[in-house]
Unconditional design. Structure first.
Length: 352
């Protein structure tokens, strides 16, 4: 079907714990949890080694210690987790503009119209996970499916450091055997209630009808019925779109001529075009060049522009370079400014 969406759900593996293991190698081969270790504190998360002992998120630290006496519990560093989350989102934005973050460590991406990787959502997910691993030294898992509901369930299938694709032709099969407790919104109590009425999997729900379900789960019945058929029509709730795209490089050695700067601009320009590809629907309104000098002062020259032109960057460079006053250059950067996109309601009107 031509109107099938391609949604990727990315979820970092034992996110807080993985960051602690990355930054403190002494935690790498021991069961580790993040949280308070006081008598009343609960855990935020734990690494996979600790999970083998039954240690879980939101578990009281005392109970976790009973299950795993040599568990090391460290305090969280929220500032580092937030900073890492921003870095992860920057990686997502290389592939699409349509990103819905759900928490610090997970997001939906809509890559239906993406052109990278020949439009293959599976390959895009692989590249995103490789970028995260190579640049941040962390692993992520991904689910790829025609909607948000299935993508989220899929990202959990091959955790940690794995991915799972549910192509449209596999949806029916996949939901058939899906346990109802995997459906977001069904907690342990609701699951038990459904069980008592004879519902354990999506197949059981499919054989039933909405009225019967309403008697058990009330107004959740509709959504449960649709989900059991693998249907979820929710669009992404996209976060505020980026206003600009910037790319820069700190030079291996300081340079002292405009010609050398121009060579750097030529190579940055090529990279900028690659980074621009996922944002091809955005209207360009500005171009800019940034130079940082050996004394760490920097200057930026910008001008209005409605396309990404190499020659314009070169002429902006001349102007920026004229401010060097014999200082050498240590960093060169290029920026593009975007017009605000019409918001969703306007887009809807435009499409009518
Ligand atoms: P999750 O993605 O639920 O868990 P996780 O990334 O630690 O592990 P998994 O590999 O199973 O995805 O949550 C992301 C982070 O949010 C987690 O590292 C810590 C924090 N968190 C809490 O602080 N309390 C909680 O109860 C949960 C579930 C998560
Ligand atoms: Mg996670």
């Amino acid at each position: 079907m031509g109107n099938q969406k391609k949604i990727i759900h990315i979820d970092m593996d034992c996110f807080y714990a993985a960051i602690e293991m990355r930054d403190f190698p002494e935690y790498q081969n021991i069961p580790l949890a993040v949280g308070g270790d006081g008598p009343r504190s609960v855990l935020c998360t734990s690494n996979y080694q600790a999970r083998q002992f039954g240690v879980r998120s939101a578990m009281p630290a005392i109970k976790a210690k009973q299950l795993c006496p040599h568990l090391k519990i460290v305090h969280g560093r929220m500032d580092v987790y937030k900073e890492t989350s921003i870095q992860i989102r920057e990686i997502f934005s290389r592939y699409t503009d349509l990103i819905e973050p759900l928490s610090l460590d997970e997001a939906y991406l809509d890559v239906t119209d993406a052109t990278m990787c020949q439009g293959s959502a599976t390959l895009i997910a692989q590249k995103i996970r490789a970028d995260i691993y190579n640049e941040l030294n962390l692993t992520a898992s991904a689910g790829i499916a025609p909607n948000k509901f299935l993508a989220k369930i899929a990202s959990d299938e091959n955790k940690p450091n794995g991915q799972c694709v549910i192509t449209p032709d596999k949806v029916a099969n996949f939901v058939e055997q899906l346990s109802l407790k995997k459906i977001p919104g069904i907690g342990p109590k609701t699951f038990e209630k459904l069980n008592r009425h004879g519902y354990a999997t999506c197949a059981d729900v499919r054989e039933s009808n909405i009225r019967a379900l309403q008697n058990i789960v009330g107004k959740f019945a509709n959504s449960l019925y649709l989900k059991s058929h693998g249907v979820d029509n929710r669009d992404l709730e996209v976060s505020r779109q980026r206003k600009s795209l910037a790319i820069e490089t700190t030079l291996a050695r300081d340079i002292s001529s405009q010609d050398e700067c121009k060579l750097v601009i030529d190579s940055l320009y090529k990279k900028l075009l690659t980074r621009l590809a996922p944002h091809s629907n955005r209207e360009i309104i500005r171009q800019g060049v940034k130079l940082k000098f050996t004394d760490f002062n920097q200057t930026t020259v910008e001008t209005q522009s409605n396309e990404c032109q190499q020659a314009l960057f070169v002429s902006l460079l001349s102007k920026a370079y004229s401010r060097a006053n014999k200082r050498n250059i240590r960093l060169v950067g290029l920026t593009l400014g975007f017009a605000d996109s019409p918001d969703e309601s306007q887009q809807l009107l435009l499409s009518l």
